[in-house]
Design a protein around this ligand. Sequence first.
Ligand SMILES: [Zn+2]
Ligand SMILES: [Zn+2]
Length: 196
Amino acid sequence: MAKTKPGKKDLDSYSIKGTNKVVRVGDCVLMRPSDSDKPPYVAKVDRIEADHRNNVKVRVQWYYRPEESVGGRRQFHGAKELFLSDHYDFQSAHTIEGKCIVHSFKNYTKLENVGPEDYFCRFDYKAATGGFTPDRVAVYCKCEMPYNPDDLMVQCEGCKDWFHPICMGMTIEEAKKLDPFLCSDCSSEDDAKRTF
Ligand SMILES: [Zn+2]
Ligand SMILES: [Zn+2]
């Protein structure tokens, strides 16, 4: 009779050692980097499996930080921005050091407080080509930049576009005091109407 190799067993969850945190398939986790000076890696757990010796491995889909992408970090990238890559790996479950939440861009901008475990993702990233999906995003302000949720923007009552106070030549405090806020184009139009 042929001997069957002791098989691998899929698990539903894994408890992070020394914590009461339970990781389930689909959760986002922080993984200890080999270089302890670096921030933790962020990944989505795709599969959890144990071998016959009960060594637990996780199959993860990596999130890339902007600085790890081919194009590097750009001005419009948020501090907590991540890209969901098409890069998968098997890792020992021991390298999981905590859990985190990767929000959609829309939900992230609605958070009252951004905690250390909060991240957001608005782009998928192809690790081999450095390509992003979507490859176009809406741009705002005179500087025609995509929205960086870390930078305050004010909406013009006239054209409904969003602006960085600094691009309008004012401080954040000055912009907040203007209620309603009108961008330079709309306020000059406004002046023109008043003169007539
Ligand atoms: Zn701007
Ligand atoms: Zn305007």
